[in-house]
Design a binder for this molecule. Structure first.
Ligand code: SAM
Length: 243
C-alpha cells in the first residue's frame, strides 16, 4: 500500500515516543481502519469513522499505553470489553510477541474481531465471548496475565472487580480514563484493596490535534484474587464495591 500524509504523521507521532513501526505494521493499521469502517456500516462498532480520527482517537490513543508500560517485558495481555478491539488490537500490532486475550460480552463484536485477526494475519489472539465476571472465574484466565487493559467499559470501582481477577500476582491493570479521573480513583480505593492490589501510578497523555486529555490509571496486583471475586455477572455494576 502507498503511504499518505496521515500515515507519515502517525509514524512520526509514534517515533517521538520511541515506537518505531515497520511498513507491514503500518499496512495492518490501514487494513484495520478499512475493516472497521466496512463492518461499522452493518453493526455498531464505533462512532468514530473519519480516517484521521480513527488514527488518532483509536490507534494513537490505544498505543499510548506503551508510552508508560515497557511492552518488551509484557508477554500476556487481557483486554476486557474490547469492543472493536481497543486498545488490545493496536497493541498487538505494535508488539506481535504478546499473547492477547480479548473478552467482550457482545458476540457480534467478537465475530468482527475474529474476522479482523484473520485479515491482519495476527497469531496468538484469542477472542472470548462472555462477561468478564464469568470468564475471570475460569482457571486458565484467573490470576494469569502480565497486563490487563480496559477502555471505556465502566467506572473504576466496577472495573477493578471485572479486570483485576485476570492479572497475575506482580502484574498490572491499566485503565484508560479521561481528563480528570481523581474522583473515580478515590471511589475505587476500596475495590482495589478488596481485589488485593494497589494504585501503582497515574500517567497523563494528550492526544495530538484537539489535545484531548487522557489518564492511564495503573494498579499493581499484590496477591491472588480472593475466592469471592468477581461476584455474579451484573452485580459489580449494580452494586459496586464500596467501604
Ligand atoms: N474498549 C472499547 C473502546 O474503547 O472502544 C469498547 C468500549 S465499549 C463502550 C464497551 C464494551 O465493553 C462493549 O463492547 C461491551 O460489550 C463490553 N462490556 C461491557 N460490560 C462487559 C462485561 N461485564 N464483560 C465483558 N464485556 C463487557
Amino acid at each position: 500500500m502507498e503511504t499518505d500524509g496521515l500515515q507519515s504523521r502517525f509514524v512520526e507521532l509514534l517515533q517521538k515516543r520511541d515506537i518505531h513501526i515497520t511498513e507491514n505494521q503500518l499496512n495492518q493499521f490501514e487494513t484495520y481502519y478499512r475493516e472497521l469502517v466496512v463492518w461499522n456500516a452493518n453493526m455498531n462498532l464505533t462512532g468514530i469513522t473519519k480516517r484521521e480520527e480513527v488514527y488518532i482517537k483509536h490507534f494513537y490513543d490505544s498505543s499510548s499505553l506503551a508510552f508508560f508500560i515497557p511492552f518488551g517485558k509484557i508477554s500476556s495481555l487481557a483486554d476486557i470489553g474490547s469492543g472493536a478491539g481497543f486498545p488490545g488490537i493496536p497493541l498487538k500490532i505494535l508488539y506481535p510477541h504478546i499473547k492477547l486475550v480479548i473478552v467482550d460480552s457482545l458476540n457480534k463484536r467478537i465475530q468482527f474481531l475474529e474476522h479482523l485477526v484473520q485479515a491482519l494475519k495476527l497469531s496468538d489472539v484469542n477472542c472470548v465471548h462472555g462477561r468478564a465476571e464469568d470468564i475471570g472465574l475460569l482457571p486458565q484466565y484467573r490470576d494469569s496475565f502480565d497486563l490487563v487493559t480496559a477502555r471505556a467499559v465502566a467506572r473504576l470501582n466496577i472495573l477493578n472487580e471485572l479486570c483485576l481477577p485476570f492479572a497475575k500476582v506482580g502484574g498490572f491493570f491499566a485503565s484508560m480514563k479521561g481528563a480528570d479521573p481523581a474522583e473515580e480513583i478515590n471511589e475505587a480505593e476500596f475495590s482495589a484493596c478488596q481485589l488485593n492490589s494497589r494504585l501503582f501510578k497515574v500517567s497523563f497523555v494528550e492526544l495530538p490535534g484537539d489535545q484531548s486529555k487522557r489518564h492511564l490509571v495503573i494498579y499493581e496486583k499484590l496477591k491472588a484474587t480472593p475466592k469471592k471475586y468477581p461476584r455474579k455477572a451484573g452485580i459489580p455494576s449494580k452494586n459496586p464495591l464500596r467501604a
